[in-house]
Write a protein that binds this ligand. Structure first.
Ligand SMILES: [Mg+2]
Length: 210
């Protein structure tokens, strides 16, 4: 029976932190003065580490970045030339060998997400790739993207598997749409209430998909 596997990218297929600060330092060097102008040095010193740790839209909302700051950050991200030295998690070869159709749905800034995909060398593994662009005015979020995929394929939702690490993003969306949700907890994260399954190694996928 046909199964459709929908994967997240960051901290699911590779460790986001492994990008390293050096690769994106010029972006922060230019963004810092904008933050300092609005929030002062002390507050900026608090905000910047959070930008490394959390999705941009989360931090932006938390501190109330204005439209100019949002637009400028997006511009810097989208003009930067990325040279990323990143690798997928070691057990990703299991995914590569799966015969099921695979789709990638990832949230972030378009150019950066495409650079990650390029430097990981994983593009060919997926029949389709969707970027949920966090500053797009017409953003439909992962849930909307999943709905469109379901509509287009008229596939039985019980044959669809959402595989990712984020409880409030793909796992929640998949849960609400009645899809199978597989939480990837590579770093010992707590099991999410939205996760039907929770795995730490992709070998465990084989049993789930049987
Ligand atoms: Mg993720």
């Amino acid at each position: 029976m046909n199964q459709l596997l929908i994967f997240d990218l960051d901290d699911t297929l590779f460790e986001t932190k492994s990008i390293g600060k050096k690769a994106v330092k010029p972006i922060f060097d230019q963004f810092d003065p904008l933050l300092i102008a609005k929030f002062g040095k002390e507050m900026t010193a608090k905000i910047v580490p959070e930008l490394w740790k959390y999705p941009f839209d989360f931090v932006s909302q938390k501190y109330g970045f204005d439209t100019h700051q949002n637009a400028e950050f997006a511009r810097l991200i989208n003009v930067h030339n990325y040279e990323l030295n990143i690798q997928t998690f070691e057990d990703c070869n299991v995914i590569e060998d799966l015969s099921q159709e695979k789709i990638l749905v990832t949230t972030g800034f378009s150019k950066l997400q495409h650079a990650k995909i390029h430097f990981l060398g994983i593009k060919e593994q997926f029949s389709e790739i969707y970027i949920d662009d966090i500053l797009s005015p017409t953003r439909i979020f992962k849930k909307g993207i999943f709905q469109n995929i379901l509509l287009k394929r008229k596939i039985d939702p019980t044959r669809v598997y959402i595989i990712g690490d984020n409880p409030t993003s793909e796992l929640k969306a998949g849960f609400e749409l009645g899809l199978n949700t597989i939480q990837v907890a590579k770093f010992g994260q707590e099991r999410s209430i939205y996760a039907k399954h929770c795995i730490s190694n992709f070998n465990e996928l084989l049993t789930i998909l049987e």
